[in-house]
Ligand binder design. Structure first.
Ligand code: PLP
Length: 458
């Protein structure tokens, strides 16, 4: 694995672009934006940096605008959030109406926005998801799932506190979430390991796994009793690579969990609300989870996350013992209600499935054309990732992936820059077919140009 960042202080002369959906009229990054990035460098912790150096001024539907006259087709949805389109007018109207009502906050005191929103949310999700707990950040939702799984386990026996997660999954940045991730680098700061969190290896084509074998290995460890597992938590596709599991793997996991009385939680914070062509990505595996973590595209705008689940699990914590000051903020609930209405009303889940077929077909063609650069195309629906390799060594190539993201930005296309050997794409589900095709064509131009440069290089 190699990683790379894209510089913000080196504006480059780039060809001007003017199409129906893109407009690039300045050097990129825009020279006038440099003082703003300097200010951010000065004022803000560096851990917040690393994204493409574009200063967003306005984002509408599937386009992002800066104030210097440039406009991009957005394949990021601000990191899988704006599924119903940036600045969706229905969401804006709902936010304005709620603000004008003069009810900016209620903690967990009742308000009608929360009630209406919950009715909608529970009503549109599968019937076994009977209750919800609302929070603000995704990481709070995964921490909440962790707590519920352990409370559930302890309600059976004190030793039932083992949690199984997948190495490299993303569950957030707070302590429990980073422990679940099991990446020695990102959890080194914690200073110790939770002996009751165990990690399985994610199944990639280059490291194919079989659930049964992995569990046998784990069970072979001294003192490991599978009946002590209170729950499994799964990112339905591994974030950085957009790779889904094989269906058989997850079905074997779910069967094992049932056999041992363990819960199954899916972290749908990135994958939920139509991203992969189903309301939730786990539906591709035809299993029924006990808990589902949601966030990001739940509101498509304001900070709102949650955990959904079966009544008897959701009601384990006593009244008042699990709370969050900003959870169920009326304005967030109003925005999320409008968002869910929009997802339903515009049939966006089906749209994601339909447009996903177009996107993946085109990306496959791109892979056929540039097999030396694109080793895999992963994803489903309007979620896609290309795994980039060095054409000579055939090794993962984060630096080239960054070069392609940078080139695309210069041409008016925003891709998800992972800093790794993947290029991720997740346009708003509202994107027009024509703009989707234009975006993929731009990506093709980037590969073409990079290949020419590589051929010229000594
Ligand atoms: C799958 C998944 N879980 C959890 C999180 C954390 O969400 P948040 O950044 O809102 O805390 C993310 C964020 O990227 C995510 O992709």
């Amino acid at each position: 694995m190699s990683s790379s960042t894209i510089s913000w202080n080196n504006p480059k002369e780039v060809p001007q672009v003017s199409t129906k959906y893109r407009n690039i009229q300045t050097k990129i990054p825009v020279p006038e934006s440099i003082p703003l990035f300097e200010e951010l460098e000065k004022q803000e912790a560096r851990s917040m940096h690393g994204q493409l150096p574009v200063v967003w001024d306005r984002a509408e539907d599937f386009q992002v605008f800066d104030k210097y006259g440039n406009c991009w087709i957005d394949f990021t949805s601000t990191i899988f959030l704006a599924n119903s389109g940036h600045s969706n007018p229905r969401i804006i109207a709902a936010i304005k109406e709620a603000a004008d009502k003069k009810l900016l906050h209620t903690y967990t005191f009742a308000n009608e926005y929360r009630i209406e929103f919950l009715k909608k949310l529970i009503g549109m999700t599968p019937p076994y998801l009977e209750k919800a707990f609302l929070l603000s950040a995704g990481t709070e939702a995964t921490e909440c799932a962790l707590k519920l799984m352990r409370m559930y386990g302890q309600s059976i026996k004190p030793s039932k506190i083992k949690i199984i997660s997948f190495r490299g999954d993303m569950h957030g940045r707070t302590m429990g979430a980073e422990m679940l991730k099991g990446d020695p680098k990102s959890s080194a700061w914690i200073g110790y390991k939770d002996p009751n969190i165990h990690h399985l290896t994610f199944s990639y084509p280059w490291d194919e796994r079989e659930f049964k074998k992995d569990m046998e290995e784990l069970q072979g460890k001294d003192g490991f009793d599978a009946d002590d597992i209170c729950g499994f938590i799964i990112e339905p596709y591994q974030g950085w690579a957009g790779k889904l599991f094989e269906k058989e793997y997850i079905q074997a996991l779910a069967a094992f969990a049932r056999e041992h009385g363990s819960l199954v939680a899916f972290d749908e914070i990135q994958a939920g609300f139509g991203r992969t062509g189903k309301l939730f990505c786990y539906e591709h595996y035809e299993v029924e989870p006990d808990l589902v973590c949601v966030g990001k595209a739940l509101s498509a705008s304001l900070p709102l996350s949650g955990v959904l689940g079966r009544k008897e699990i959701m009601d384990l914590p006593a009244a008042g013992s699990m709370s969050s000051t900003h959870s169920a903020n009326p304005i967030c609930c109003a925005a999320a209600l409008a968002n869910l209405e929009e997802i339903e009303g515009k049939n966006l889940v089906k749209e994601s499935e339909r447009k996903g077929v177009i996107l993946h077909f085109r990306l496959q063609k791109l892979q056929e054309k540039f097999p030396e650069y694109i080793s895999y195309v992963f994803g489903k629906g309007l979620l896609a990732a290309l795994i980039i390799t060095n054409p000579e060594t055939r090794q993962a190539d984060g630096a080239r992936a960054s070069r392609i993201c940078e080139r695309a930005m210069q041409k008016g296309l925003l891709l998800v820059h992972t800093g790794r050997e993947s290029i991720k794409m997740g346009p708003p589900l509202t994107i027009l077919d024509e703009a989707l095709l234009e975006g993929v064509a731009v990506l093709g131009e980037c590969f073409e140009e990079i290949k020419k440069e590589d051929q010229k290089a000594p």
